[in-house]
Design a protein around this ligand. Sequence first.
Ligand SMILES: CC(C)(COP(=O)(O)OP(=O)(O)OC[C@H]1O[C@@H](n2cnc3c(N)ncnc32)[C@H](O)[C@@H]1OP(=O)(O)O)[C@@H](O)C(=O)NCCC(=O)NCCS
Length: 348
Amino acid sequence: MAGAGDAGQQPVVAELHLVTAAFETPAPILAPDLSRLAPSEATAFQPELDDWLRPESDLSSAQDLPLLVGPEANSVRLVIREEDRIVSHAALCELEYTLQNAPTTTLRIGIVGAVATAPEARRRGHAEILVRTLQEHAVAQDLDLVVLWDDTPSGHYYDRFGFVGAGREVLHCTWRDLMDGLVHPDWVRPIGLHDVDALRRLHDTELAGVRRSRETWDRLLAIPRAEVFVLDRTGTPEAYAIVGKGIDLAGCVHDWAGEECALPALVAGIFHHRHDDRLTVMSASWKTTAHRALEFHGVERVEGILGMVWSPDPTVLARRCHRPAATLDQLLSGPDAIPFYLKGFDSM
Ligand SMILES: CC(C)(COP(=O)(O)OP(=O)(O)OC[C@H]1O[C@@H](n2cnc3c(N)ncnc32)[C@H](O)[C@@H]1OP(=O)(O)O)[C@@H](O)C(=O)NCCC(=O)NCCS
């Protein structure tokens, strides 16, 4: 980002401070070209945003990213305008992440997404202004961590903002043949309306994870192409698993909780309800009982990086998590890492 881009951005840097100060009031005009998306503009703007973000898709991002850009999203949405027309957009949604240690630690996390610029307005530094402004917002709001997933072709767009790949996730590739006969077909069933409280309870007993209110659960469960199954042998769900999420995570169990050793039975039961020959199961690295249970049945395991993270102050984050001062990578991925993992529904 040297040369012309730097020279052009000098006035903007000064404006960022105005922007941060103005976040408290609803939808202010923050600078001639940078503002918050007014709720009244959101519906009309949505098709354009979808064209930039996912031109080939039949689903709107408002449907599968409800907490970030849905009609009732409670997120910070920033836009850049050229001659009154919106040409660039980025959003940040705040989540609470709880570590069930003693005493319980709650981290405030920002998820950044729906970063998109109109094709004819690209390479003018618009997305950069928006992402840097969201980072300023994270500082002003004392967020502990900001997370995103880099879907740009280079996969390195966010390096320039200080985001680094960190956190761990474990992926298991399960095959229909491997799981055949592991469970009575009646024990795994699609979720019913009455199961939502049980799902909440199972999710809330995790060692660590994002807090979800009942309202949040209802919005997430309305995401198209997200199928939810429960393992229920006794009339009370022991575990749940969610496959798919809008245009994302097809054939992938991306969100599950409950009895870890029951995971193979749950996955086996899901095969009874779907046509896939293969399902990928994504898990937190500390769910070792579930990993061992799957691997006992010959399922192969791969490990990957969770996402791109940035912290306003990693030292403060380390202190809050009762860890020695460390880099983000050590704090989220090292041998003494905090249990940090975002399930599919929390990844926006
Ligand atoms: C990715 C995306 C949001 C970037 O938006 P943008 O407004 O063009 O972003 P910027 O202008 O800040 O940076 C884009 C590039 O232009 C370059 N650039 C910025 N200002 C420039 C200038 N004045 N002159 C020349 N190049 C410039 C940047 O260095 C950057 O280069 P890179 O190719 O090495 O990454 C946009 O391409 C897009 O909407 N893509 C489709 C949706 C998408 O993939 N979203 C990301 C989801 S994670």
